[in-house]
Design a protein around this ligand. Structure first.
Ligand code: ARG
Length: 461
């Protein structure tokens, strides 16, 4: 086992670390994915140390050369990690010492792992947020394409899982595009806080050395530096915000999936999911199961759990840095990976969705109730107060008429409920007119829906 005298912080220790403690405390197996950002941050730091005269230009150049080689080694999987390295920051510094010797000892001047890990995480999250935004964009595009195909197709809109009013399937699909748009906006909203550069806060108090934080910020593409060193090393808000934004996207996907499972269920069967996105049963030869939608629906639970895990870890933590905070990475990385794979798979699933027109039309034709609100609104246009109209149609729904195909109902039958029904009321019984008439802003009328779809298709190029 490696002795503590070899540990980068081993000076004040006379005993080696217990090997079970090394295994218990290491985060390298998780934070290895930060290596690129760690190296980039260290290069900018080394440049700044030379520019301010804190270290020599020669040492800085050797450090930078060594860091670049380490980056290439890790890339090629030609890098030996050791559990005694503790985390990615120490692993890289240890490797640098092996590569360039004495000069490596100067890299950690005016820096602590506390500000270093905050810097790495912010740089990583900027890229992760961009990737998630682009994956949401791809899914929106697939949803918009499908919505275009079904822009005029009447579909049963539901509330309380009961048939409510007709909508178009295009309108239904577009509703998810708006949810996803808010998800993108939430991700974009993170940037102003991710854009505060924490390096130079050091352990918690800043440094007596003449560092130039603005220089480092500029080099690393940050627009500002953090203003309080204690807050900068204690802050994990940006991780919680990211987990929260991801959870909401997960919730939106789970709602879409729940609908897909329900609408494609054997009992309802108004949509078909693509066969290559479904799986079979090991025992029942008849099954075509919507496992992809179910798994995405299930994964939302894990992502919410990851958010709660970091919230609880952070609750009541004393100022400033505490090692508890190392536990932020596993849930964060897991949520980022999970939402990325869910978004990708859903783009494929949505592309293959098809409506079962025959079953759908049977359902629409045998549920006169879907037109109840249209009939009430018709009576309103003939001067009947809405509450009275509601009552009249309510009575109609209780009668035998309600179980019939709306297209077979006669004007005489309607007049049996109110003499305000005139010959133009028959048009209300055509479900196509129901959706066409919903021209209020944001309503389901195909003219408006198509305009919206075109806007989204244009947006996604
Ligand atoms: N691996 C640590 C983390 O992820 C890095 C910071 C450690 N700082 C310390 N003083 N032990 O939080």
């Amino acid at each position: 086992m490696e002795k503590n005298k070899k540990k980068l912080w081993g000076g004040r220790f006379s005993k080696p670390t217990n090997s079970s403690v090394e295994h218990f405390t290491e985060s390298l197996s998780v934070d290895i994915r930060l290596y690129k950002y760690d190296i980039k941050g260290s290069i900018a730091h080394a440049e700044m140390l030379a520019k301010t005269g804190i270290i020599s230009r020669k040492d800085s150049a050797r450090i930078i050369g060594g860091l670049k080689k380490i980056g290439a080694d890790i890339e090629k999987c030609d890098f030996r990690f050791s559990v005694s390295d503790e985390d990615i920051h120490m692993a890289i510094e240890r490797a640098l010492t092996g590569k360039i010797g004495e000069a490596a000892k100067k890299l950690h001047t005016a820096r602590s792992r506390n500000d270093q890990v905050a810097l790495d995480m912010k740089m990583y999250l900027k890229d992760a947020a961009k990737q998630i935004i682009s994956l949401i964009g791809v899914l929106q595009e697939k949803v918009a394409e499908k919505a275009y195909v079904y822009a005029d197709t009447v579909f049963p809109g539901m509330t309380h899982m009961q048939l409510a009013m007709p909508v178009t399937f295009g309108h239904y699909l577009l509703s998810f595009i708006y949810m996803f748009e808010r998800d993108k906006e939430r991700m974009e909203g993170l940037f102003s806080r991710l854009d505060e550069m924490p390096l130079g806060s050091c352990a918690l108090a800043g440094t007596s050395l003449p560092i130039d934080r603005d220089y480092v910020a500029k080099k690393l593409g940050f627009s500002k530096v953090s203003r309080n060193s204690m807050d900068a090393v204690a802050d994990r808000d940006y991780i919680i915000e990211m987990l929260s934004a991801i959870s909401l996207t997960g919730i939106h996907l789970s709602r879409l999936c729940e609908d897909m499972v329900f609408y494609s269920s054997s009992a309802v069967n108004i949509i078909s999911l693509p066969e290559d996105f479904c799986t079979g049963s090991s025992m029942m030869p008849n099954k075509k199961n919507p496992d992809v939608a179910e798994i995405v629906r299930g994964k939302a639970g894990g992502m919410i759990g990851n958010l709660v895990s970091v919230l609880v870890t952070m609750k009541a933590l004393p100022m400033t840095y505490n090692r508890d905070m190392q536990e932020d990475k596993k849930p964060l990385f897991d949520s980022i990976d999970t939402i990325s794979s869910c978004l990708e798979i859903m783009a494929g699933l949505v592309r293959g969705i098809e409506l079962n027109k025959k079953v759908l039309n049977e359902l629409l034709g045998s549920n006169f109730g879907l037109l109840a609100t249209d009939l009430a609104e018709y009576l309103v246009t003939k001067g009947v107060p809405f509450r009275d109209a509601h009552h009249i149609i309510g009575k109609m729904m209780l009668s035998e008429v309600a179980s019939r195909n709306p297209l077979e109902i006669t004007i005489e039958e309607l007049r049996g409920f109110s003499d305000k029904f005139e010959s133009d009321s028959l048009a209300v019984l055509d479900i196509k007119n129901s959706v066409a008439n919903k021209k209020s802003q944001g309503g389901t009328a195909p003219v408006g829906v198509k305009k919206e779809i075109r806007k989204w298709l244009k947006k996604s190029g």
